[in-house]
Every structure is written in C-alpha cells, then in structure tokens.
Design a protein around this ligand. Structure first.
Ligand code: ADE
Length: 228
C-alpha cells in the first residue's frame, strides 16, 4: 500500500522509519513518500500562505500551491484517496482505519498555520480529524492515520492474530487486562484464572473483563449501553 504525504515538513516523517512500519517499508509492503509543498509555492519566496480576507490574526494556506501539489501527485500516482488533515474533519476511528486499509493508497494533505483556504476542501475526497484539539500542523495527524492504517495491511504485523484481540477490533470493546511475568509484583498477583491452563475459562474471563472495563471507562463505545 502506498502513502503519499503533502507537507512543508517532510523531515518530520523520519518518525515512521522506526519499528514495525520501518520494517514493513524495508520489506516493500508499504511505500511512504513525502512531497514538499514548498516546491509548488508561489513566486521567488515560494509562498504558500497569505493574510486572511476580512482581516484577523494568523495566515491562511493559499489554494494554488496545494492544488498544484495534489495534481502532481495524483498524475504520477492515480487512484489515491485524497485526505485533508483538519480538526474540522470526521473523527478518526478504528472503523475508518479499517475502511482506508482497503484503498490502493492514500494521499494525506498536511496543512500549517491557521488553516486552509475554504476552497481547498473541494480538492479532497475526505477530511479527517484525529481528535478535538488543535495541533500546529497536520503532520502528526497524518502519521497517526498512516500508522493505524499500515498495521492493518496484510503482512505488516508480525502476528496478525493480535489484530483480533486488541481494543476496538470488534469496534465495541476495550481490550481485556494483560499480564506477564512476574506472578507477583509489589503485592499484586496475576489473576488465578490465567495460571489455570483452562482455556475456556480464560476466554470467558477475558470477555467479561473487557465488557466490564468498557462499561466503566467508555460507556458509549460501539453502542454499548450507557450507565443510567
Ligand atoms: N491539524 C491540526 N489539528 C488537527 C487535528 N486535531 N486533526 C487533524 N488535523 C489537524
């Protein structure tokens, strides 16, 4: 699967050289390419932003450099889903990641400054927000989307079974509590059932713990009933 990012800060994406994703890239399972928006900037100063019409503080990203960058990437790599990273977008969820993992590739557009010219919205297929807070740019949000989607690509995870067990796998439950050695740590013992070797019992315990944890911590998750 291919990921193409349009950004003013390509150097930030070295973060994705590490770990699972770095390995998947070395193996050729995923391709990550950054495209510097500055290359499409206007005039001698390669300007990409300007003052807002109507006044106000901060700068707004002009539409022409972004349009030129999107057109160039789309011409060289047809079929990418174009995603604008913005706090005004649809909330990013595991369900959205699963859906995007079916695409041949994604084009992620990361802005800076106070925001995009409104007309930029017409250039993207969808808009995604990674949460209700404002970052100074779309780079970290783009990396979040890449990380969440890439690990769903077949062969990227060492052990695909872990995909089924983790939080949000069925979009309804948080993950059950996990333990490893030692059996006792600072007075806290590993629950007896996990040492029992009874796999049926263990499965039942994990299910009920996952349900209990979800009800307590995230009562609205995946349509789980809210506490009265
Ligand atoms: N750009 C700035 N903040 C963002 C957010 N929360 N989600 C997506 N893009 C953003």
């Amino acid at each position: 699967m291919e990921f193409h990012v349009i950004t003013l800060f390509p150097e930030m994406f070295v973060a994705l050289d590490a770990g699972l994703l770095g390995r998947a890239r070395n193996q050729g399972r995923i391709v990550l390419t950054t495209h510097n928006l500055r290359d499409h900037g206007l005039g001698n100063y390669r300007q990409v932003d300007d003052a807002p019409y109507g006044g106000g503080s901060g700068m707004v990203m002009r539409p022409e450099p972004i349009a030129a960058a999107i057109d160039a990437v789309a011409a060289a790599h047809p079929g990418l889903v174009k995603i604008l990273m913005t706090p005004q977008g649809a909330p990013f969820t595991q369900a959205a990641a699963r859906e995007l993992a079916f695409a041949d590739g994604l084009m992620l557009i990361a802005g800076r400054y106070e925001g995009f010219d409104e007309r930029v919205r017409t250039l993207a297929d969808r808009e995604i927000s990674i949460g209700d807070y404002v970052l100074s740019g779309g780079e970290l949000p783009a990396m979040v989307v890449i990380e969440a989607v890439a690990r769903l690509v077949p062969g990227v995870l060492g052990n695909p079974a872990s995909l089924d067990e983790e939080s949000f796998a069925d979009a309804a439950l948080l993950e059950y509590p996990q333990y490893t050695r030692p059996e006792e740590f600072r007075g806290m013992r590993v629950p007896e059932v996990l040492l029992s070797g009874d796999h049926g019992k263990i499965r039942a315990w994990r299910q009920s713990e996952a349900r209990r944890r979800t009800a307590r911590r995230r009562p609205g998750l995946g349509g789980a009933p809210r506490k009265a």
